[in-house]
Write a protein that binds this ligand. Sequence first.
Ligand SMILES: Cc1ncc(C[n+]2csc(CCOP(=O)(O)OP(=O)(O)O)c2C)c(N)n1
Ligand code: SF4
Ligand SMILES: [Mg+2]
Length: 331
Amino acid sequence: MATTTGTPPPKTNRVGLTVVDYRGGKTTLCAGCGHNAISERIIDAMYEMGVPPERVIKPSGIGCSSKSPAYFMGRSHSFNAVHGRMPSVATGAVLANRHLIALGVSGDGDTASIGVGQFIHLMRRNLPIIYIIEDNGVYGLTKGQFSATADMGSTLKTGVINDLPPIDTCAMAITLGATFVGRSFSGDKKQLHAMLKAAIAHKGTVMLDVVSPCVTFNDHEGSTKSYKYMKDHEEPLQEVSFVPVFEDITVRLRLRKLEEEYDPKNRIEAITRLNEAHENGEVLTGVFYVNPEAPSFVDLLNMTEEPLATLPESVVRPGREVLEQVMEELR
Ligand SMILES: Cc1ncc(C[n+]2csc(CCOP(=O)(O)OP(=O)(O)O)c2C)c(N)n1
Ligand code: SF4
Ligand SMILES: [Mg+2]
């Protein structure tokens, strides 16, 4: 329908919002930083899936990547946690209000070094969360030291060579029990967009490692997390597309096999394929593992449908008799 001025009204999604409603503050990250491209894909995916922004919480840790929730979905809740401690904040928020949609943003430093203990326990629980690692192989915010995801043999701009093996966060997440695990590239618009939409529909822990080049400290010849290296070495496992079915919120993930018969429900095969890719010097991208049937952490805890945060005090506060009984048991 045209307005009186003749300008068509902006397009809206199924909850009546325009894409502008999903934007955030102006980015302060470097121009060309992969993290900015990921924010753009999150905005598009959330808009297209018709997610009400007020239902979303975007916890993060510390780093350039962890700053990026300020640059998308300004109407959602945010929490910039302590370095590496986003998983505990996210767990607390989701348990207090199970109706929230949690989108955690972390970096390779935030996750695989200081935060690795928290990451490991989050992956075991199948908490409903989309956990994104914006992976540039360096600590961007503190001026480009190698992180634990840097490949052996990759070099810093100064010529320093990394002689330690990398931690593969995807292999780790699959081993530990995450129920939707994949890797993408900030420069692969189509694949990342489809994977994010599928992630939004998944009911459990989604772990997406997104290679996201740091143009200031890790985009040179000799880096294995540069735009050029990714363009030359990315090996997509499938062509990922996703058809949302809003009445029946099941994951309708379509994986068109490009190179082989690959079963994303087979954990062992997923880990073997990741190891083979490392041996062959390929950066495998795509959805490695999906298990939509596993009970989520909120199901396991048998929590009430009404979120704890909105239950009245008369329900959440034990009565005097119950307290006396507890005290009696402790005597
Ligand atoms: C407890 C603590 N230790 C160290 C730091 C310093 N520090 C800030 S960001 C960062 C690493 C960030 O790297 P990453 O998570 O990969 O994010 P990027 O900047 O690369 O996106 C470090 C070590 C800190 N802020 N807090
Ligand atoms: S320093 Fe690197 S990671 Fe940080 S904003 Fe700049 S390009 Fe991005
Ligand atoms: Mg980093």
